[in-house]
Design a protein around this ligand. Sequence first.
Ligand SMILES: *Cc1c(COP(=O)(O)O)cnc(C)c1O
Length: 431
Amino acid sequence: MPKEKHQPDHGRKLKPESRMMSYGYHPEWSEGAIKCPVFQTSTFVFRSAEQGKAFFEVAYGLRAARPKEKSGLIYSRINNPDLEILEDRLSLWEEAEDCAVFESGMGAITTAFLEFLKPGDLILTSAPLYGGTDHFLHSFLPKIGIESMEFQPRQEGADIIKQLEASGKQDRLAMIYIETPANPTNALIDIEACRAIADRYSKEGKRVLVAVDNTYMGPLWQHPLKHGADLVLYSATKYIGGHSDVIAGACLGSGELIHRVKGLRTFMGNMAGPWTGWLLLRSLETLKVRMEQQAANAEKVAAWLTKHPKVEKVYYLGLLTPEDGQQYRIYRKQHNSPGAMMAFDINGGADGQDSERLAFRFLNRLKLIKLAVSLGSTESLAEHPATMTHIGVGAHHRAEMNITEKLIRLSIGVEDYGDIIWDIDQALGEG
Ligand SMILES: *Cc1c(COP(=O)(O)O)cnc(C)c1O
């Protein structure tokens, strides 16, 4: 299959949403089929032995591809049309040079860690992190001599540098890895400030990488590469997949870095399969309309929640004001939408036990909104971070980050916003 990365865009710079239905695929490759089929195949037939040799030479890096020479299809662990087209389309949203897709978000994150970290290295991370990422950092990486150190969302750059220097480990810094907004409280981290710290400790021949898990916001509402990140990571299970029916992940960045990520992926064997690729291609066609509807609904729900007597506090980016100082400035700089994730403190019980009971009562009474973890999907979801997604975070840290028994996290879907509000209202109600 010939591949043209840069298909003609008819003399106009078309928006990603206009190209999601066709970019990277030609109907003549498949009997005129308007849609890219599922290339459910393990291997690909070479036209000649010479062609097979050429494909392998490039795939194994024995020589660089010649000008205009396309990397050929060999075997679906290395490449497959559904994956390659998906990678091209995801790159458009992110304005990244290249992308690697995986069978899960964790596959993307762990492969990036293993490719860019080595024994003796230090990785500096924000807190809290997604539970799976946190577990890998603290349970697996130390076994191969990779240490991690964390900072809190509201810490300023100078303070983080002080913490690093006090540890004496600053020269071992290899990567800064952040999740912004933080799950579940939407606390923001300044990507440019992380870039400045990374630059401070970069040396000739050793660039300290900045990697951002953009699952909460992307690929529509925050573009970390524009703020100095080297790598953007996704659980494509969330907004990108968007229908709660597939687990997948992605890593984006420069051609050079993604070439390395794909190299390790080939040998870990955790690339996305063709069916996963096809499902995500389908999802990407409606990415923008879904995300925009979700954000519009979230704005209505958040405004309504702030007025409800049983709601103490709402954590939603759209409620930040200039009084929030640093958080507001980061929001204005890094985001073009408040997104569709929010959390709120339920009002009531004085002690923890009572708050948990009230939160559970609310969750158990929901009729339309589903009680489930995950996020970013077409259906609205609710969960209780303190006893569910963030149960692994130490009690002390949970309190520090406002992840208390009274906190409920909501992922807003595409339903009618009036129906979502009705459901929350009846679940908060008496009787
Ligand atoms: C879900 C999630 C992950 C893990 O992704 P999987 O697709 O479940 O492997 C990583 N980071 C964040 C922020 C997530 O929400």
